[in-house]
Design a protein around this ligand. Structure first.
Ligand SMILES: C[S@@+](CC[C@H](N)C(=O)[O-])C[C@H]1O[C@@H](n2cnc3c(N)ncnc32)[C@H](O)[C@@H]1O
Length: 255
Protein backbone atom coordinates (compact mmCIF):
# COMPACT_ATOMS: atom_id res chain seq x y z
CA UNK A 1 0.00 0.00 0.00
CA UNK A 2 1.15 3.56 -0.74
CA UNK A 3 0.86 4.87 2.84
CA UNK A 4 1.83 8.40 1.90
CA UNK A 5 -0.93 8.67 -0.72
CA UNK A 6 -3.45 7.05 1.63
CA UNK A 7 -2.58 9.36 4.54
CA UNK A 8 -2.64 12.42 2.25
CA UNK A 9 -6.30 11.75 1.44
CA UNK A 10 -7.01 10.72 5.03
CA UNK A 11 -5.68 14.05 6.36
CA UNK A 12 -7.61 15.98 3.71
CA UNK A 13 -10.68 14.20 5.11
CA UNK A 14 -9.66 15.17 8.67
CA UNK A 15 -9.73 18.81 7.49
CA UNK A 16 -13.29 18.34 6.19
CA UNK A 17 -14.24 16.59 9.44
CA UNK A 18 -12.81 19.45 11.51
CA UNK A 19 -10.30 17.39 13.53
CA UNK A 20 -8.79 19.58 16.26
CA UNK A 21 -5.33 19.56 14.60
CA UNK A 22 -6.76 21.03 11.40
CA UNK A 23 -8.67 24.04 12.76
CA UNK A 24 -6.95 27.33 11.84
CA UNK A 25 -6.17 29.75 14.66
CA UNK A 26 -8.30 32.90 14.86
CA UNK A 27 -7.24 36.54 14.41
CA UNK A 28 -6.94 37.05 18.21
CA UNK A 29 -4.19 34.39 18.47
CA UNK A 30 -2.25 35.93 15.59
CA UNK A 31 -2.63 39.47 16.93
CA UNK A 32 -1.34 38.37 20.35
CA UNK A 33 1.62 36.60 18.67
CA UNK A 34 2.49 39.84 16.85
CA UNK A 35 2.69 41.50 20.26
CA UNK A 36 4.96 38.76 21.63
CA UNK A 37 2.26 36.80 23.50
CA UNK A 38 2.25 33.31 21.98
CA UNK A 39 2.59 29.64 22.77
CA UNK A 40 2.55 26.54 20.57
CA UNK A 41 2.21 22.80 21.09
CA UNK A 42 4.49 19.97 20.03
CA UNK A 43 2.27 17.50 21.90
CA UNK A 44 -1.32 17.81 23.12
CA UNK A 45 -1.52 19.94 26.22
CA UNK A 46 1.79 21.34 27.56
CA UNK A 47 3.00 24.45 25.72
CA UNK A 48 6.61 24.29 24.51
CA UNK A 49 8.84 26.27 26.93
CA UNK A 50 9.64 29.65 25.40
CA UNK A 51 13.34 29.19 26.21
CA UNK A 52 13.40 26.21 23.82
CA UNK A 53 13.12 28.66 20.89
CA UNK A 54 15.88 30.73 19.31
CA UNK A 55 15.16 34.42 18.71
CA UNK A 56 12.42 34.17 16.08
CA UNK A 57 12.82 37.64 14.60
CA UNK A 58 14.18 37.00 11.12
CA UNK A 59 14.82 33.31 11.86
CA UNK A 60 14.26 30.78 9.05
CA UNK A 61 11.80 28.20 10.39
CA UNK A 62 10.61 24.94 8.84
CA UNK A 63 7.31 23.71 10.30
CA UNK A 64 7.64 20.03 9.44
CA UNK A 65 4.43 18.00 8.95
CA UNK A 66 2.77 20.86 10.76
CA UNK A 67 -0.03 22.05 8.49
CA UNK A 68 -3.42 23.15 9.78
CA UNK A 69 -3.09 26.93 10.11
CA UNK A 70 -1.82 26.69 13.67
CA UNK A 71 1.88 26.74 14.62
CA UNK A 72 3.17 28.08 11.28
CA UNK A 73 1.11 31.30 11.32
CA UNK A 74 1.87 31.89 15.03
CA UNK A 75 5.63 31.60 14.49
CA UNK A 76 5.34 33.85 11.39
CA UNK A 77 3.42 36.46 13.41
CA UNK A 78 6.19 36.24 16.06
CA UNK A 79 8.65 37.37 13.38
CA UNK A 80 10.02 34.20 11.76
CA UNK A 81 10.33 33.45 8.02
CA UNK A 82 8.16 30.35 7.99
CA UNK A 83 7.92 27.47 5.53
CA UNK A 84 5.26 24.86 6.30
CA UNK A 85 5.82 21.42 4.76
CA UNK A 86 2.97 18.93 4.93
CA UNK A 87 1.71 15.94 2.96
CA UNK A 88 -1.91 17.15 2.90
CA UNK A 89 -3.02 19.90 0.51
CA UNK A 90 -6.04 20.46 2.75
CA UNK A 91 -3.83 21.10 5.77
CA UNK A 92 -1.62 23.50 3.81
CA UNK A 93 -4.76 25.30 2.60
CA UNK A 94 -5.51 26.11 6.25
CA UNK A 95 -2.07 27.76 6.60
CA UNK A 96 -2.61 29.80 3.44
CA UNK A 97 -6.06 30.81 4.67
CA UNK A 98 -4.61 32.26 7.90
CA UNK A 99 -1.63 33.83 6.11
CA UNK A 100 -3.88 35.60 3.59
CA UNK A 101 -6.39 36.67 6.24
CA UNK A 102 -3.64 38.10 8.47
CA UNK A 103 -1.23 39.39 5.82
CA UNK A 104 1.51 36.98 6.93
CA UNK A 105 4.43 36.05 4.74
CA UNK A 106 4.43 32.25 4.87
CA UNK A 107 5.38 29.62 2.31
CA UNK A 108 3.62 26.27 1.98
CA UNK A 109 5.20 23.18 0.43
CA UNK A 110 3.49 19.86 -0.18
CA UNK A 111 5.86 16.98 0.45
CA UNK A 112 7.05 14.09 2.59
CA UNK A 113 8.63 14.78 5.98
CA UNK A 114 11.35 12.20 5.15
CA UNK A 115 12.39 13.91 1.91
CA UNK A 116 13.51 17.53 2.26
CA UNK A 117 15.61 17.42 -0.91
CA UNK A 118 13.97 20.60 -2.21
CA UNK A 119 15.78 22.50 0.60
CA UNK A 120 19.50 23.22 0.50
CA UNK A 121 21.83 22.09 3.30
CA UNK A 122 21.89 24.49 6.27
CA UNK A 123 18.90 26.61 5.24
CA UNK A 124 16.95 26.79 8.54
CA UNK A 125 17.55 27.96 12.13
CA UNK A 126 14.65 25.96 13.56
CA UNK A 127 12.77 22.82 12.53
CA UNK A 128 9.47 22.62 14.41
CA UNK A 129 8.04 19.09 14.15
CA UNK A 130 4.88 18.40 16.20
CA UNK A 131 3.50 14.88 16.69
CA UNK A 132 3.25 13.50 13.14
CA UNK A 133 5.87 10.80 12.62
CA UNK A 134 3.33 8.15 13.65
CA UNK A 135 2.07 8.54 10.06
CA UNK A 136 5.31 7.33 8.40
CA UNK A 137 6.80 3.83 8.50
CA UNK A 138 10.42 5.00 9.03
CA UNK A 139 11.48 7.84 11.30
CA UNK A 140 15.29 7.86 11.02
CA UNK A 141 15.27 9.51 7.56
CA UNK A 142 13.24 12.37 9.08
CA UNK A 143 15.97 13.08 11.66
CA UNK A 144 18.73 12.84 9.03
CA UNK A 145 16.95 15.33 6.76
CA UNK A 146 16.16 17.72 9.63
CA UNK A 147 19.86 17.66 10.58
CA UNK A 148 20.97 18.35 7.01
CA UNK A 149 18.71 21.37 6.47
CA UNK A 150 19.56 22.99 9.83
CA UNK A 151 22.39 25.46 10.23
CA UNK A 152 25.10 24.67 12.77
CA UNK A 153 23.65 25.55 16.19
CA UNK A 154 20.15 25.18 14.75
CA UNK A 155 17.39 23.59 16.80
CA UNK A 156 15.01 20.69 16.15
CA UNK A 157 11.91 20.70 18.36
CA UNK A 158 10.02 17.42 18.02
CA UNK A 159 6.94 15.81 19.54
CA UNK A 160 6.19 12.09 19.24
CA UNK A 161 4.29 9.26 20.88
CA UNK A 162 5.60 6.99 23.58
CA UNK A 163 5.44 3.67 21.66
CA UNK A 164 4.04 1.89 24.72
CA UNK A 165 0.59 3.29 23.85
CA UNK A 166 0.47 0.90 20.90
CA UNK A 167 0.55 -2.30 22.96
CA UNK A 168 -3.04 -1.61 24.04
CA UNK A 169 -6.21 -2.41 22.13
CA UNK A 170 -7.10 1.19 21.26
CA UNK A 171 -10.49 0.29 19.76
CA UNK A 172 -11.46 -1.38 23.03
CA UNK A 173 -10.18 1.68 24.90
CA UNK A 174 -12.24 3.96 22.63
CA UNK A 175 -15.38 1.86 22.92
CA UNK A 176 -15.37 0.81 26.57
CA UNK A 177 -12.57 2.66 28.33
CA UNK A 178 -11.08 -0.73 29.22
CA UNK A 179 -7.29 -0.85 28.90
CA UNK A 180 -6.11 -4.26 27.72
CA UNK A 181 -2.67 -5.30 26.43
CA UNK A 182 -3.04 -6.85 22.98
CA UNK A 183 -0.20 -5.98 20.59
CA UNK A 184 3.58 -6.39 20.39
CA UNK A 185 5.88 -3.66 19.11
CA UNK A 186 6.56 -2.65 16.41
CA UNK A 187 2.91 -1.86 15.76
CA UNK A 188 1.27 -0.76 12.50
CA UNK A 189 -2.48 -0.31 11.97
CA UNK A 190 -2.25 -2.05 8.59
CA UNK A 191 -0.53 -5.22 9.80
CA UNK A 192 -1.01 -5.55 13.57
CA UNK A 193 -4.81 -5.38 13.60
CA UNK A 194 -6.96 -8.23 12.34
CA UNK A 195 -7.72 -8.01 8.61
CA UNK A 196 -11.32 -7.14 9.42
CA UNK A 197 -10.33 -4.31 11.81
CA UNK A 198 -7.78 -2.88 9.35
CA UNK A 199 -10.39 -3.03 6.56
CA UNK A 200 -12.90 -1.14 8.72
CA UNK A 201 -10.32 1.54 9.54
CA UNK A 202 -9.54 2.00 5.85
CA UNK A 203 -13.26 2.15 5.01
CA UNK A 204 -13.67 4.88 7.63
CA UNK A 205 -10.76 6.66 5.92
CA UNK A 206 -8.86 7.24 9.18
CA UNK A 207 -5.09 7.93 8.91
CA UNK A 208 -2.90 4.83 9.31
CA UNK A 209 -0.35 4.85 12.15
CA UNK A 210 2.99 3.22 12.94
CA UNK A 211 4.80 2.87 16.27
CA UNK A 212 8.49 3.77 16.47
CA UNK A 213 10.92 2.55 19.10
CA UNK A 214 12.50 5.02 21.52
CA UNK A 215 15.79 3.87 20.02
CA UNK A 216 14.63 5.25 16.66
CA UNK A 217 12.99 8.35 18.14
CA UNK A 218 15.67 9.46 20.61
CA UNK A 219 18.65 7.31 19.54
CA UNK A 220 17.82 8.24 15.93
CA UNK A 221 18.16 11.95 16.65
CA UNK A 222 21.49 11.37 18.42
CA UNK A 223 22.74 9.13 15.58
CA UNK A 224 21.78 11.85 13.07
CA UNK A 225 24.25 14.13 14.91
CA UNK A 226 22.00 16.04 17.32
CA UNK A 227 22.67 16.71 20.99
CA UNK A 228 19.45 16.35 23.02
CA UNK A 229 19.22 19.38 25.29
CA UNK A 230 15.60 19.34 26.45
CA UNK A 231 12.92 16.75 27.24
CA UNK A 232 9.40 16.61 28.66
CA UNK A 233 6.45 14.26 28.70
CA UNK A 234 2.79 15.06 28.13
CA UNK A 235 -0.54 13.22 28.07
CA UNK A 236 -3.51 12.82 25.77
CA UNK A 237 -6.39 14.81 27.28
CA UNK A 238 -9.31 12.34 27.40
CA UNK A 239 -7.63 9.01 26.91
CA UNK A 240 -7.87 6.19 29.47
CA UNK A 241 -4.26 5.19 28.75
CA UNK A 242 -3.12 8.69 29.73
CA UNK A 243 -4.62 8.09 33.17
CA UNK A 244 -1.88 5.49 33.66
CA UNK A 245 1.17 6.95 31.90
CA UNK A 246 2.42 10.00 29.98
CA UNK A 247 1.69 9.27 26.32
CA UNK A 248 3.77 11.92 24.54
CA UNK A 249 7.43 12.96 24.51
CA UNK A 250 8.93 16.25 23.36
CA UNK A 251 12.62 16.83 22.70
CA UNK A 252 14.84 19.81 22.01
CA UNK A 253 17.84 18.82 19.89
CA UNK A 254 20.73 20.99 18.78
CA UNK A 255 22.90 20.60 15.67
C1 LIG B 1 -1.44 15.73 14.06
S1 LIG B 1 -1.20 16.65 12.55
C2 LIG B 1 0.02 17.82 13.09
C3 LIG B 1 -0.24 19.24 12.65
C4 LIG B 1 -0.93 20.09 13.63
N1 LIG B 1 -1.01 21.47 13.17
C5 LIG B 1 -0.40 20.08 15.06
O1 LIG B 1 -0.85 20.92 15.80
O2 LIG B 1 0.39 19.26 15.52
C6 LIG B 1 -0.19 15.54 11.63
C7 LIG B 1 0.21 16.13 10.28
O3 LIG B 1 1.16 15.27 9.66
C8 LIG B 1 0.94 15.36 8.27
N2 LIG B 1 1.59 14.22 7.60
C9 LIG B 1 1.23 12.91 7.62
N3 LIG B 1 2.09 12.17 6.89
C10 LIG B 1 3.02 13.03 6.40
C11 LIG B 1 4.18 12.88 5.59
N4 LIG B 1 4.57 11.70 5.13
N5 LIG B 1 4.91 13.99 5.31
C12 LIG B 1 4.53 15.21 5.75
N6 LIG B 1 3.44 15.42 6.53
C13 LIG B 1 2.69 14.35 6.85
C14 LIG B 1 -0.57 15.36 8.15
O4 LIG B 1 -1.01 15.79 6.88
C15 LIG B 1 -0.96 16.27 9.31
O5 LIG B 1 -1.06 17.60 8.90
Amino acid sequence: MDFRAYNREAWDREVERGDQWTVPFGPDVIEAAREGRWEVLLTEAKPVPRDWFPDLRGADVLCLASGGGQQGPVLAAAGANVTVLDNSPGQLGQDRLVAQREGLDLETVQGDMADLSRFADESFDLVFHPVANLFVPEVRPVWAEAYRVLRCGGVLLAGFLNPAVYIFDLELVDNTGEVRVRYSLPYADATSKSEEEARRQIERGDPLEFSHTLEDQIGGQIDAGFVIAGFYEDRHRDDPIAAHMPTYIATRAIK
